[in-house]
Design a binder for this molecule. Structure first.
Ligand SMILES: Nc1nc2c(c(=O)[nH]1)N[C@H]1C(S)=C(S)[C@@H](COP(=O)(O)OP(=O)(O)OC[C@H]3O[C@@H](n4cnc5c(=O)[nH]c(N)nc54)[C@H](O)[C@@H]3O)O[C@H]1N2
Ligand SMILES: Nc1nc2c(c(=O)[nH]1)N[C@H]1C(S)=C(S)[C@@H](COP(=O)(O)OP(=O)(O)OC[C@H]3O[C@@H](n4cnc5c(=O)[nH]c(N)nc54)[C@H](O)[C@@H]3O)O[C@H]1N2
Ligand code: SF4
Ligand SMILES: [Mo]
Length: 709
């Protein structure tokens, strides 16, 4: 069992000290040597249990906690490099005020007192002149801890009456699409996937982005499972899988419909399951009829015999599991793609089988009491405007009434948001006051008027829920805050009190907020999970570890799996699955898939030299045929461009992409000396078909030799 004694936390000896503004701060003594447990806070499905080795108050190594029931002591190489990140010489240690032109990284250190005075004075002035909706928060999950990602911050901006941010950049289209079929964002428990006999890894770069699913699938393989990877890029995951299906971008709904065509044609459908548990089978069958193997092969580029073989294997093998990735929904038709794939398990009755079914994300299991945590009821009006975070460029440049204050935390929009040229044009506006709260001077900080230092998660107390496994975890602070850094929780609590907001909403401790989040009235699966219990046990499985019937999480209006969806029809979408073409103008010759890489998490870690070295440089992968035609050679620097922008990338030539498709990986920071631009200068702000999702991968470009310019 876990030895909690190693985690000596001296809260009872805590010295209370009155900070400025009368806010009470706990001064905590920290264990300086030995091994202490922690949790990985990054935006990654695995949410690993960690062991942190301390020597003289410094983190010297980070490894996996071998006792964790799912992550079992294995962690990725990125997080092994956390000592370098946490104690990095470039960490921001004091508030900074801009002294030079925007975009130039010219700052002077100031005190928190000055920073708070300047910030609150600006907020009041902007509210008086333009109204609170002129203020826009911009955040995502740089730190997935609940208190630091969706707690005090949300309360603060709600109470302020700021424009709301629609947080759509990651999985909005896919979550909506899966929801139309299955009702809730919940699939099978990944621990059950060891029982699967066929595993389809669909549009997911598992080896890089969900390594513990690789471990579970490898165990399933030992027990006889076959693993098939379906992707536009032959990557690390394809190398590990038993088989690879290479298809054209945005054509997955056609492939899934082609599989359905064959399942129905060849009698692989579990009729009694379909009759008892689904609605709309007839309509779906009529649609699938049109997706003959030859038609589907024409759309997807997958040879007919491979479609036949894949469908037969899926029809014959039980239990089968589909791990649906995030990448394939970053397309114009991404919602419908996920909606379509998530119909497949119903046809062969997989949901009734241990290890059978699908999973896009499992956030539903551990949903917290968001209403009480975030307090949207504090909004002054119900019609406060909402801005889609994928359209930050338009919001900063074109929106009326204009945004005059942008408050960025847990995110690096100058690298991760689409259509960078426009985002940066907006960030350069003189009449925009930008605040960033981060650990490092990111590209976004370059445009900030005020930079605030953030703690690392080792310096915070927080509650962690995975969007893949089913364990809730608690992380306690194991280091004092670096320099004068403050957590998001503390920052927004103190700002709320300085703005004169009600102490009953803001003068709360982290422990109180954790208890509010874990309110079982909102989610009975949290029964028994409390702050105290988590302190004792460190992780607890939702639902008390009891297996849940898949029907319990079937939250569609009909309480059936909706192969036909009236809700979609009402929203102007096709009620049955369909393939539609990507929307980008075809005037440029290539599709560019600009996804994440192995060694960074989005743009996090991209400033760490050890990880940069592993990734070498930003590259673009091209097929041999295209390279020959364009007379381009391996290792050459090329310019990839379209009407939105351009990026210089090093060419990799091979069989890993189809003709007409390019792949680049990694959200590298800009480097003026190297002439490096964010690949998001090429990507569109256009929204996906569902959920206001992003379309990073539905992107046309051309490639030019640099010496031809
Ligand atoms: N190492 C690492 N891990 C990460 C992250 C990271 O940046 N680096 N980011 C984290 C985050 S925020 C997320 S959301 C997840 C994302 O992790 P994943 O779910 O794996 O998503 P992506 O890596 O974006 O894309 C997955 C795959 O989709 C493929 N793809 C693109 N278009 C299509 C298509 O049309 N059809 C098909 N079939 N495949 C397509 C890409 O080639 C890629 O291999 O990973 C998390 N974990
Ligand atoms: N081209 C392209 N663009 C993409 C994607 C893609 O695949 N291709 N993926 C998209 C996806 S899926 C996602 S999820 C987004 C992710 O976009 P972001 O959420 O912006 O992710 P990061 O780039 O990791 O930036 C997180 C920032 O938060 C900071 N941070 C970490 N902890 C804390 C903290 O406790 N407090 C504060 N204040 N800051 C902290 C980190 O230092 C880092 O600078 O990117 C999207 N952008
Ligand atoms: S980034 Fe993912 S795999 Fe790596 S330690 Fe964190 S949760 Fe685990
Ligand atoms: Mo994401």
């Amino acid at each position: 069992m876990h030895n909690n004694a190693r985690f000596e936390f001296h809260m009872n000896k805590a010295e209370r000290e009155a900070g400025n503004n009368g806010v009470m701060i706990f001064m905590t003594k920290f264990q300086t040597n030995g091994v202490v447990p922690s949790v990985c806070p990054f935006d990654c499905p695995d949410t690993c249990g960690l062991h942190v080795t301390l020597k003289d108050g410094m983190v010297t190594s980070v490894t996996g906690d071998p006792h964790h029931p799912v992550t079992k002591g294995a962690i990725c190489n990125k997080v092994r490099k956390l000592p370098e990140r946490v104690h990095h010489k470039e960490r921001i240690l004091t508030p900074l005020r801009r002294t030079g032109p925007k975009g130039t990284l010219a700052f002077e250190p100031i005190s928190w007192e000055e920073a708070y005075d300047e910030l609150t004075a600006n907020m009041r002035m902007i509210i008086e002149q333009h109204g609170a909706e002129a203020i826009l928060p911009y955040s995502f999950y740089g730190n997935m801890g609940i208190l630091n990602a969706e707690g005090m911050d949300r309360r603060f901006f709600h109470r302020l009456g700021a424009s709301r941010l629609d947080r759509t950049i990651c999985n909005a289209a896919g979550a909506a699409g899966y929801g139309y079929t299955m009702g809730a964002c919940a699939g099978i428990d990944p621990e059950d996937t060891v029982h699967s006999k066929l595993i389809l890894i669909w549009g997911c770069n598992l080896v890089s982005t969900n390594m513990h699913q690789v471990m579970l699938a490898t165990e399933a393989r030992k027990r006889g499972a076959r693993i098939i990877h379906i992707d536009v890029h032959r990557n690390r995951t394809s190398a590990w899988a038993d088989e690879f299906i290479h298809l054209r971008p945005g054509t997955d709904a056609a492939l899934a419909l082609g599989m359905m065509h064959i399942l129905i044609r060849d009698g692989w459908v579990d009729e009694s399951f379909v009759r008892d548990n689904t609605i709309g089978y007839e309509e779906l069958a009529a649609q699938a009829e049109r997706y003959t193997p030859s038609h589907v092969s024409g759309i997807t580029g997958v040879p007919e015999e491979d479609i036949e073989r894949l469908a037969k294997l899926y029809g014959e093998t039980s239990p089968s599991f589909i791990r649906i990735g995030n990448g394939l929904q970053h397309h114009d038709n991404g919602g419908m793609i996920i909606r379509t794939i998530s119909c497949l398990p119903a046809l062969t009755g997989q949901w009734n089988k241990l290890g059978g079914g699908a999973m896009k994300g499992n956030g539903w299991y551990s949903r917290l009491n968001a209403g009480q945590l975030e307090r949207p009821d504090l909004l002054p009006r119900s019609d406060v405007r909402s801005i889609n975070m994928n359209q930050l460029g338009d919001a900063l440049v074109d929106l009326t009434p204009a945004i005059h204050m942008l408050f960025v935390y847990n995110s690096n929009p100058a690298v991760v948001a689409p259509d960078q040229t426009k985002v940066r044009e907006g960030l350069l506006r003189d009449d925009l006051y930008t605040v960033t709260h981060d650990l490092f001077l990111t590209d976004t900080c370059k445009y900030a008027d005020l930079v605030l230092p953030a703690t690392s998660h080792f310096e915070n107390r927080d509650l962690y829920a995975s969007y893949w496994h089913l364990y809730m975890q608690l992380g306690e602070p194991i280091l004092p805050p670096a320099g004068e850094s403050k957590s998001n929780f503390t920052l927004f609590k103190e700002l709320g009190l300085r703005m004169g907001f009600e102490p009953e909403y803001f003068d709360l401790t982290e422990e109180q907020m954790i208890d509010i989040a874990l309110d079982v009235r909102n989610n009975p699966l949290l029964e028994g999970i409390t702050y105290e219990a988590l302190r004792e046990k460190r992780w607890m499985k939702v639902g008390g570890g009891k297996a849940l019937s898949w029907r319990d999480r079937l939250r569609t209006p009909s309480r059936k799996i909706e192969l036909y969806s009236s809700r979609m029809l009402r929203r102007g979408l096709s009620p049955v699955p369909e393939h539609s073409d990507l929307k980008e103008d075809l005037k440029y010759p290539f599709w560019l898939i600009a996804g994440p890489n192995h060694s960074f998490i989005n743009s996090t870690f991209a400033n760490q030299s050890s990880l940069q070295k592993l990734e070498k440089q930003p590259t673009v992968h091209m097929s041999e045929e295209d390279a020959d035609r364009l007379n381009l050679h391996e290792g050459e620097l090329v310019l990839v461009r379209n009407d939105r922008g351009q990026a210089r990338l090093t060419l990799k030539i091979g069989r890993d992409v189809l003709q007409g498709v390019l792949v680049t990986q990694g959200l590298w920071w800009e480097d003026e000396q190297l002439g490096r631009q964010s690949v998001n200068s090429l990507t569109p702000q256009r929204l996906a078909d569902m959920g206001g999702g992003a379309t990073f991968f539905s992107n046309r470009v051309e490639v030019v030799k640099l010496d031809m310019l």
